[in-house]
Design a protein around this ligand. Structure first.
Ligand code: COA
Length: 326
């Protein structure tokens, strides 16, 4: 018998304000067009947090919805992990603030920093904690307010990102220990600091005391994304003795429609089996996979036993994949 982390519920939260490409260009005086953004990225709009909204407030809203879907009270949660690159503050951890928002006073919470791969990393950590018995019910959340780290004069980056949060409730359950089990089957995490300067934030509490802005060499990131994501998905399938034909859903990090479509083709999945939100959410970094998962779950598309591939790449570089059976 093997302990497994089962997906009990998913939930998402998006700020109320949705901003189209045209509105964004007008608001910030950007030399860009809706046609350019749509053609290169597939992005049509994004949500932008209101002044009082933070990673922890959005994370808590997503978590409440995930707990509702799981039909579990907040008191059942003994571990909260928040993946974020835009925490409310250096400390307390965003996860501990989420505990407070939800009225959780037992167990533990902490943040994971792995940029856009953060949710896959957090899933890996939560899976390990559940497998070893250190936690029985974990809230795994991705929450980001990238609008606050944008350089609004840089049209090459500021059109690409959005704000939001997504949450997944994982509960301990027993499995046989093979790839037919439900729950997280495995996670595969990578990082390589040699590429740190192609996607980074140019400041921080411990360097210059500033919040910093996001900087990116888009073409370089694109090149790494296509090769590294394909390799890590193959690694995940091979580790479980599974092939492309076993995959029911691709729930990818939502950075660019062209990267997502390339991954769908690689897995030979029809477009309707690839969950896409980038057109409406833009890139919400660590929040993008749980937001996409929550959308697929809420629409009733996911069926019990479906094999889901999640993959992401982000600043670090970090990249990774997770396989889960719904
Ligand atoms: N509107 C109009 N023109 C723009 C623009 C915008 N919003 N942003 C950049 N451009 C211009 C550039 O200035 C450049 O002009 P130039 O040729 O006169 O110098 C031209 O478009 C091409 O720029 P380039 O960066 O080479 O474009 P690209 O085809 O690589 O597309 C991205 C840019 C960012 C869309 C693309 O590289 C990408 O998606 N990369 C991956 C990014 C990503 O996924 N990041 C997150 C990972 S977590």
């Amino acid at each position: 018998m093997t302990m497994r982390a089962l997906i009990a519920g998913c939930g998402g939260y998006l700020p109320e304000r949705a901003v189209s490409n045209e509105e964004l260009a007008r608001e910030h005086g950007l030399d860009t067009t809706d046609a350019w953004i749509v053609e290169r990225t597939g992005i049509r709009r994004r949500h932008i947090a209101a002044p009082g909204e933070t990673a922890s407030s959005m994370a808590a809203a997503a978590a409440r919805r995930a707990l509702e879907r799981a039909r579990l009270p907040a008191e059942a949660v003994d571990c909260v992990i928040v993946a974020t690159a835009t925490p409310d503050s250096a400390f307390p951890a965003t996860a501990v603030r989420v505990q407070q928002h939800l009225g959780i006073t037992r167990g533990f919470g902490f943040d994971v920093s792995a940029a856009c791969t953060g949710f896959v990393y957090a899933l890996g950590v939560a899976d390990s904690l559940i497998r070893t018995g250190a936690a029985r019910c974990a809230l795994v959340i991705g929450a980001e307010v990238f609008s606050r780290i944008m350089d609004w004069t840089d049209r090459g980056t500021c059109v690409l990102f959005g704000d939001g949060a997504g949450a997944v409730v994982l509960v301990a359950g027993e499995g046989k220990g093979d790839a037919s089990d439900r729950g997280i089957l495995s996670t595969h995490l990578h990082s390589d600091g040699r590429h740190g300067d192609i996607l980074y934030v140019d400041g921080g509490a411990g360097s210059n005391g500033a919040c910093g802005k996001l900087r990116m060499a888009g073409k370089e990131v694109f090149r790494h994304a296509v090769s590294k994501l394909a390799a890590v998905v193959d690694e995940a399938l091979a580790a479980n003795g599974l092939g492309h034909e076993d995959v029911r859903w691709l729930v990818p990090h939502q950075a660019n429609l062209r990267i997502i479509e390339a991954m769908g083709k690689k897995l030979r999945l029809p477009p309707e089996r690839v969950v896409v939100t980038v057109d409406r959410h833009a890139n919400t970094s660590a929040a993008s996979i749980p937001l996409a998962l929550a959308e697929a779950d809420a629409s009733g598309r996911l069926e019990r036993g479906d094999l889901i591939v999640m993959e992401a790449i982000g600043g670090g570089l970090t990249w990774g994949a997770a396989l889960a059976r719904y």
